[in-house]
Design a protein around this ligand. Structure first.
Ligand SMILES: *Cc1c(COP(=O)(O)O)cnc(C)c1O
Length: 376
């Protein structure tokens, strides 16, 4: 059996090696390391793939979130509602911009932001909602957009984990995750579903004016050379990363379907095992692109199972072990433990299994057998 990896970037690289190597060579010869044609081409190709008017590449997903919020003109003191159960980058940029993060609980089935909790958290100072499409499954965007319209709030989708997922609205519309709210941020960190070979990110929007503002913000607030109209940042996707992403984008749907197939195999082996809850799939299969395949382990057995997997040489991840509202950096006396029953439970129950495009049946059987053996 091939050694099991949490993420197998090497195996995936083998399949695109010639193309990636040729692209890297071309960039080396051209010396167009910044803003080379690869960056422009990738931006166009991603716009087409997503069906969105504007993609603005930047240096990483955290920058993408920050720049999206800067572009919307959010001001210190504005309250931004987001999920308690997510990667820290989401709340970090809110705090950095001196906006006020308002963390709310999540749905126990989907792990995504609880729309009833959003409603309860709205105050006259609320300006935006940041849903995170956690682990690859889109949040309840119908309801979130409805709440946003009623209260005149911006919606910033954190799409770092769900690129390529589809969202099916109740009215029959189907849209790509990250193209529904006012603006979205994504990450091309190597282990993401569309990952480059270093850092990268992008902002998506259908709003022409916002896209224009953001294009200036990523480039030192310049709209005309050496005229700095607003305070900006320096955040660029470099040509090498764009070259890698151009080679991978045409394969993204295939990559995501390989993840979905691996997820199906995990689920069919584990769904009837006592003490395990397999991932809940909301609606159609293509709404979940399994950035992570995350189980809930009941009866306080998660940590013992983790130890068992470790002994068997099976990698796993605990995403996330501590709720954001209990992280030192984000403590806030307004938070009340009783408002976070789901996150407080999930941090004790979740465990993510190896998930990538190169998993084979032998590996999946080995992993699921080890889990069943332990829980039997
Ligand atoms: C990865 C990730 C980010 C940040 O992306 P970077 O490119 O690492 O800065 C933000 N939000 C979520 C939910 C993520 O998973």
């Amino acid at each position: 059996m091939k050694k099991i990896q949490m993420v197998d970037l090497k195996g995936q690289y083998e399949g695109i090696k010639d193309e990636v190597n040729a692209s890297m060579q071309e960039i080396l010869e051209s010396t167009a390391f910044i803003n080379g044609p690869q960056v422009h081409d990738f931006q166009k190709e991603l716009q087409e793939y997503l069906g969105v008017k504007h993609v603005i590449p930047c240096a990483n997903g955290t920058d993408a979130l920050q720049i999206a919020m800067m572009g919307l003109g959010l001001k210190p003191g504005d309250e931004v509602i987001t999920a308690d159960f997510t990667f820290a980058a989401t709340v970090e940029v809110i705090a950095l911009l001196q906006l006020t993060p308002v963390l709310v609980d999540v749905d126990p089935k989907t792990f995504n932001i609880d729309t009833e909790a959003i409603k309860r958290a709205i105050t006259p100072n609320t300006k935006a909602i940041v849903p995170v499409h956690l682990f690859g499954q889109t949040a309840n965007m119908d309801e979130i957009m409805k709440i946003a319209r009623e209260h005149d709030l911006f919606v910033i989708e954190d799409n770092a984990q769900a690129i390529g997922a589809n969202y099916h609205s109740a009215n029959g519309n189907s849209q790509k995750a990250g193209t529904i709210g006012d603006v979205a941020a994504t990450s091309f960190f190597p282990s993401k579903n569309l990952g480059c070979y270093g850092d990268g990110g992008a902002i998506f929007t259908n709003n022409d004016e916002l896209a224009h503002d953001i294009r200036g913000i990523v480039n030192h607030g310049m709209y005309e050379r050496y005229h700095h109209d607003v305070v900006g940042v320096n955040s660029r996707l470099d040509s090498f990363q764009a070259g890698v992403l151009r080679a991978k984008l045409p394969k993204l749907d295939h990559y995501n379907s390989q993840r979905q197939q691996a997820a199906e195999k995990y689920t069919s082996a584990l769904k009837n095992v006592e003490g395990i809850e397999t991932p809940f799939l909301e609606g159609k299969e293509d709404t979940h692109v399994y950035h992570q395949y995350t189980l809930k382990i009941k009866d306080g057995k998660r940590d013992a199972l983790a130890k068992h997997l470790q002994e068997k040489g099976i990698p796993f991840g605990i995403y996330y072990p501590i709720p954001l509202h209990r992280q030192k950096a984000y403590l806030d006396e307004r938070y009340n433990e009783a408002d976070f029953p789901v996150t407080n439970m999930l941090v004790q129950e979740v465990i993510s299994l190896p998930m990538h495009t190169e998993l084979d049946d032998e590996q999946i059987n080995f992993i699921t057998s080890a889990i069943k053996e332990f829980l039997a």
